[in-house]
Design a protein around this ligand. Structure first.
Ligand code: HEM
Length: 538
């Protein structure tokens, strides 16, 4: 089946739809053979043994036995919706991506998620939220696979399995909220002080959003944008909700978890069903593409750092409206496969070491999760641009390829052009210098400041927001069993702010340690104090 059979919402249409879904006047087997009865197994007499020759029974039970696929290794619980993205045309100077051109409308599919809980877990837990968007552009699929927190726990992909193992349910009891799970999470983040910034955002009200419709989204990494002249800039992506940013308070979050664990997915579905379509503006912060890839002393390759919006404002480049609910959770929300390497001409990656690991990880995990290498042919994953690749065969292949063997150059297949030319194709690198160097396993010195930005975040909080953060640390750390883990975490908090550390220490009944770094803000300019402030709403 070709991409022409996919509708604007990624659904199969026409003959495909009829063939794949329930259709026709009679109940049949999967082979289309008409059944005359489906309430009883075939038996040797009404009270006799069931006969193994009953194909209908075996087919139905066998298919049922295989209804589940593995849940995602992270971000297993999600809710999604269809929509449309409309470009403002304001990004033309920095990116040649066609979907950003003024008034171009591109279908999108967005999946929101929690990170740590299993597929059946509750919605309003304290956690980071995923915010993954698939743009079905005319130039192929672009995925912006982001989160609702602008920084990440770690700076190097090699640590990803470790941070996830430290936070996920434990092997013995499979209990995520057991004392031991709190110990291992806090053990990890206190031993890896680069996690301080992300953890502080988690402990703030951002960790318990009121609604998916009221969350910001962030691409987190710095990307490279390329314009029609081949000139490049560095950029960070931001989603700004038209409804503003709103959170629950902890007591609400806990009550809702018990009373309505589906709170966020219900809220999203109901709002769209009622015609209250949620909207986000896509914006970019733009920085010069200098050889050192830093901006005003901030290393743009360090995913634990933001660039304060007071220093570099977010410039709106388009509007996304979610206007249609999914029709089938499994076919769409469960089978969708996002990948940070799904890029279109005009958007490229940087040398962020965390992003490099992600580029490998998503395709790899999806081959296992979606049963082989052909999941791009699943309706929700099919590009809305023509596909002419040289990939063949494999598990769950549903395309029927014709012609001669796929190799290039090829003088026998009619000479199908395949090279777009450097100005048209994706993954064509701009002049990026790779410094001559020896192989090392180490972080750059510019990655070593782990406290200045957490401190700025803390200083930008209002009094009630600070109270919430203190209460969150106190609640979570009181669940830890190991005294040494609590004490080490207090040392981390001392390096953020004395008041924060003292109040959490008092809640834990422990002495407050002294800071081991200077507590002066790295840059006391008013611009930096806007860190963490929310987007003005209409
Ligand atoms: C999902 C790996 C960092 C956002 C996933 C999945 C894997 C993964 C294996 C499951 C994918 C699937 O089964 O389809 C990693 C690794 C990371 C990393 C190895 C770091 C080295 C990040 C970061 C972000 C992020 C920094 C945010 C910027 C997401 C989102 C999903 C996801 C939103 C869910 C996508 C969906 O809704 O299907 N990640 N991740 N991840 N990741 Fe990451």
């Amino acid at each position: 089946r070709g991409p022409e059979t996919v509708s604007a919402t990624g659904q199969a249409t026409g003959a495909d739809q009829a063939r794949m879904a329930q259709s026709g006047a009679y109940l049949t087997t999967a082979q289309g053979v008409r059944l005359y009865e489906s309430d009883h197994s075939l038996k040797a007499g009404a009270r006799g043994p069931v006969l193994i020759q009953d194909h209908h029974l075996r087919e139905k039970i066998t298919h049922f036995d295989h209804e589940r696929i593995p849940e995602r290794v992270v971000h297993a619980r999600g809710a999604a919706a269809h929509g449309v993205f409309k470009g403002y045309g304001t990004a033309g100077e920095v990116s040649k991506a066609a979907f950003l051109v003024k008034d171009v409308e591109t279908p999108v599919f967005v999946r929101f998620s929690t990170v740590l809980g299993s597929r059946g877990s509750a919605d309003t837990v304290r956690d980071t939220r995923g915010f993954a968007t698939k743009f079905y552009t005319d130039e192929g699929t672009f995925d912006l696979v982001g989160n609702n927190i602008p920084v990440f726990f770690i700076q190097d992909a090699l640590k990803f399995p470790d941070v996830v193992h430290a936070a996920k349910p434990h092997p013995d009891r499979e209990i995520p909220q057991a004392q031991s799970a709190h110990d291992t999470f806090w053990d990890f983040v206190s031993l890896h002080t680069e996690a301080t910034h992300h953890t502080l955002w988690n402990m703030s009200d951002r960790g318990i959003p009121r609604s998916y419709r009221m969350m910001e989204g962030f691409g987190v990494h710095t990307f490279r944008l390329v314009n029609t002249n081949g000139e490049s800039v560095l950029a960070k992506f931001h989603w700004k909700p038209k409804l503003g940013v709103h959170s629950l308070v902890w007591e609400e979050a806990q009550l809702i978890n018990g009373m309505d664990p589906d709170f966020h997915r219900r809220d999203l579905f109901d709002a769209i069903e009622a015609g209250a379509f949620p909207q986000w503006e896509l914006g970019i912060q733009v920085f010069p593409d200098t050889p050192d890839q830093t901006f005003q002393g901030i290393d743009l390759l360090d995913p634990t750092k933001i660039v304060p919006e007071g220093l570099t404002p977010v410039q709106p480049i388009g509007l996304m409206t979610l206007n249609a609910n999914t029709k089938n959770y499994f076919a769409e929300t469960e089978q969708v496969a996002f990948h940070p390497g799904h890029l279109v001409p005009g958007i490229d990656i940087t040398d962020d070491a965390l992003l490099a690991g992600r580029l490998f990880s998503y395709l790899d995990t999806q081959i296992s999760r979606l049963g082989g290498p052909n999941f791009a042919q699943i309706p929700i994953n099919r590009p809305h641009a023509p596909v002419n690749d040289m990939l063949r065969d494999g598990m769950h292949q549903s395309a029927v390829h014709t012609g001669v063997a796929p190799y290039r150059p090829n003088s026998l297949d009619g000479g199908c052009p395949f090279q777009a030319g450097a100005d048209l194709g994706a993954y064509v690198e701009t002049a990026v210098r790779v410094p001559e160097t020896s192989k090392v396993r180490e972080a750059p010195a510019t990655f070593s400041d782990h406290f200045s930005q957490p401190r700025l975040f803390w200083l930008s909080m209002s009094a009630p927001e600070r109270e919430h953060i203190i209460a969150a640390y106190t609640f979570e750390l009181n669940k830890c069993f190991e005294q040494a883990v609590k004490e080490r975490t207090l040392k981390v908090l001392a390096n953020i702010d004395t008041q924060l550390c003292e109040q959490v220490a008092s809640g834990l009944g422990l002495p407050a340690p002294q800071a081991t770094v200077s507590l002066a803000p790295a840059d006391p300019s008013p611009a930096l104090s806007q860190l963490g402030k929310t987007w003005p709403v209409d």
